[in-house]
Write a protein of this length. Structure first.
Lengths: 289, 443
């Protein structure tokens, strides 16, 4: 009787979300996995091909080139986004009068969709900065940053950081203000400097915020697509394609649905593994009060 | 057409407005009790979308049996990206418009063989849409690419474009226009221009017959073709180098290049531009009183070489009608609309009328056209077509996505990141093992 009640309660609350989860996430995911073992051409499939799609994917040199580029992008963007976000969080939690306004403004880039953002920044890099530098004689921006692989990489990093750090900042702000004041008070009474307080008191007590933020940025880096598409479009010479774009191109531009889908499955396991490792490490740094 | 492989076609607002149908029906048209809705994925291309949708609106008002509606896709996505979800949702559009995806669609669409429209087109223009024995699509128009020129600049420099028939005479002309103050040739570092159009100059000249040219594609797929050993390819590389040497601007791989090039050719900063007639409306908008012409890009030193006297002419896209998820009435409506568009005076006015008057400025490819294009470049193209001085669009047969790789290699060669030999190797590797879709082989 008691058991039945529990089940009823569970179903009452979970049935709708669970069925939505199954229909829009679980089913397509399993279907997607299944298709990688067939000769699916985007429309139909009529035979099993075993692991052929996976071996073909792993033999594709462009897959590895893109993957290397994506790793570089993930590592650099995780560092820049979190450094900037944490810095901003410290700034807006300091005793500034206007800190609320700053919080709002710094969050705004996150509300701009990736494609629009890409178009805005494309204009900045391709046109605005170039004509400014011709007028003022700067050499740094004399030709568009999007026209060269190395500078285009940094353009991607700049835009990603600009977009994501506002959101991460909110997470860090939440972490910072959740620290009990008496602990900080106690540190100050003990004569700890501001830097010492930050390093030994604040950061360990808000380590959870780091776990979440690093996880979100790590995942975001591997999955990044819209900024990539709208800002560089993979150019120049297809050298700034991130893995998500490579997969999309493979399937939909080249019509290789089999390898495209199996690369997507590989990416899933890669991201899952990376996130698992990161969360495990970060969890160790968290302290309980 | 700016990006003929991209799904260049779509806009939400404009497409929605099309479903508004005029209430009055001309007395002459056949009457139907209810209107059958016929869907088309996107339009023909984004540059003339409004003009196309105006034609759709006129058609819907002209009869009482069908309502053609353009369903918008995402213009940033390719044709396959847009069409596969619709098929998966059992909601396939009745009319589709594509080029390189024809082999992918062949088993899902109607056979045009024996239809009225198919009988009005010259067989050579149907070759690219024939898969096995099936006629998969019918053409929208013909487009041409080659060296565009600003007639004012050439006149001022004393250059007669009809006298340029070898690589050296092109170089002489380039020196003359530079001496007269213009900046030479605009060689755009745009991936689709370098990947699909410029490479076509090689592939179209690589064999004497259609079959010979397809054999070159076979060789690349099999990994047996050594491009560097082909004298035509060496000539092609020399032409690439010549254009690069006299390039009026620094290579620019960003999205601004097309518009900047239009501005520079229109203002006379550049005398020539390697591009196609889809740019003519843009050029005329920028400089309405100038004549812009088109001429062959000579790739060898032999003045009698046919390739030096011909421009690349081909079909930028074919109309296909779904045969797996549509009803017979929908298919009939799709056919009726396209016949109206290309065979009635009202439809032809939309197809071949000038852009300024709301037309699409298309070069007619169906027999019996009473409307003909009026612009300078369109007339020049007609002359080349009539004289048979045309190069085939082998790029139509490139494997899907192949031109993306070719475009990237071309950009690298232009920027001096790779040598001509490395370029040849990259082209060879790009297609090694490709499924021979040009032979009708299914993926």
């Amino acid at each position: 009787m008691h058991h039945g009640n529990q089940l009823k309660k569970f179903l009452l609350f979970a049935l709708i979300p669970l069925s939505i989860f199954t229909v829009v996430l679980l089913y397509p995911f399993i279907q997607g996995m299944y298709l990688t073992f067939t000769n699916w051409n985007g429309f139909t499939h009529d035979k099993y091909v075993g692991l052929a799609n996976y071996t073909k994917s792993l033999r594709d040199p462009a897959f590895w080139v893109t993957l290397r580029f994506t790793f570089k992008y993930v590592v650099v963007s995780v560092i820049t986004i979190n450094a900037v976000a944490f810095g901003l969080a410290l700034l807006v939690t300091s005793k500034l009068k206007s800190s609320n306004i700053f919080r709002t403004f710094l969050f705004i880039p996150n509300l701009i969709g990736g494609v629009i953002l890409g178009v805005i920044w494309q204009f900045i890099f391709n046109t605005a900065l170039v004509s400014l530098s011709h007028k003022l004689g700067w050499s740094l921006f004399s030709s568009s940053w999007l026209g060269d692989t190395n500078t285009a990489f940094w353009a991607l990093i700049i835009v990603t950081t600009w977009q994501a750090s506002g959101y991460m900042m909110i997470i860090y702000v939440t972490g910072l203000i959740s620290i009990e004041q008496d602990v900080i008070e106690a540190a100050r009474v003990d004569g700890a400097s501001a830097a010492r307080t930050l390093w030994s008191i604040k950061m360990p007590l808000m380590a959870q915020a780091f776990t979440i933020s690093i996880f979100l940025t790590l995942r975001g880096g591997f999955m990044a697509y819209d900024v990539n598409l709208a800002l560089t479009g993979g150019g120049p010479y297809r050298t700034t394609e991130l893995i998500a774009m490579h997969i999309f191109q493979d399937a939909f531009a080249f019509g290789n649905f089999g390898t495209g889908q199996s690369k997507a499955v590989l990416l899933f396991f890669l991201v899952a593994a990376a996130a698992l490792v990161q969360v495990t490490i970060s969890k160790r740094a968290e302290v309980q009060q | 057409m700016k990006k003929f492989t991209k799904f260049g076609a779509l806009a939400l607002a404009a497409a929605l407005s099309v479903s508004v149908v005029a209430a009055t029906t001309p007395a002459s048209a056949a009457t139907c009790a209810t209107k059958t809705k016929v869907t088309m994925l996107g339009t023909i291309k984004v540059e003339i979308q409004d003009q196309f949708l105006a034609a759709v609106k006129d058609y819907n008002a002209s009869q009482s049996c069908y309502t053609v509606t353009s369903i918008p896709g995402d213009a940033k996505l390719t044709f396959l990206q847009n069409v596969t979800p619709l098929y998966a949702a059992k909601n396939a559009p009745t009319i589709m418009y594509a080029l390189q995806e024809i082999p992918d669609m062949a088993d899902k669409v109607m056979d045009w063989k024996g239809t009225k429209l198919a009988s009005l087109v010259s067989p050579s223009l149907l070759a690219a849409a024939t898969v096995g024995t099936k006629l998969v699509g019918v053409p929208s128009t013909a487009e041409a690419f080659g060296l565009l020129y600003n007639k004012k600049v050439l006149d001022k420099a004393g250059v007669d474009p009809t006298k340029i028939n070898t690589r050296s005479s092109l170089e002489v002309a380039l020196r003359k226009v530079k001496a007269a103050g213009a900046g030479g040739v605009r060689f755009s570092s745009i991936w689709w221009s370098l990947g699909a159009h410029f490479t076509n100059i090689y592939f179209a000249n690589a064999g004497a017959t259609h079959e010979d040219r397809l054999k070159v594609l076979d060789g690349l797929s099999d990994g047996t073709k050594a491009l560097s050993k082909d004298p035509v390819f060496q000539n092609y590389l020399a032409t690439f180098a010549l254009l690069n040497k006299y390039n009026q601007a620094k290579p620019n791989t960003t999205d601004t290049e097309y518009d900047l090039s239009v501005a520079d050719l229109a203002s006379g900063k550049a005398a020539f531009w390697f591009m196609g007639n889809w740019a003519e409306p843009n050029l005329l908008t920028a400089s309405p009183s100038t004549d812009f012409g088109i001429m062959p890009l000579p790739i060898s030193q032999d003045p009698n070489f046919a390739g030096n006297k011909s421009i690349s002419v081909g079909v930028p896209g074919y109309f296909m009608i779904d045969n797996t998820q549509s009803t017979a009435a929908e298919r009939a409506g799709a056919m009726d609309f396209l016949e109206w568009l290309y065979t009635t005076p009202a439809g032809q006015q939309h197809v071949a009328g000038p852009i300024a008057d709301g037309g699409m400025n298309f070069i007619p490819v169906y027999k019996g056209f009473t409307v003909s294009p009026k612009t300078y470049m369109a007339k020049e193209i007609s002359k080349y077509v009539v004289a048979g001085k045309t190069l085939e669009w082998i790029n139509t047969y490139y494997p899907a996505g192949g031109q993306d790789l070719y475009g990237a290699s071309g950009q690298k060669l232009m920027a001096g990141k790779i040598t001509g030999d490395q370029y040849a190797t990259e082209l060879q590797n790009a297609w090694k093992g490709s499924v021979k879709t040009w032979r009708g082989v299914k993926k």
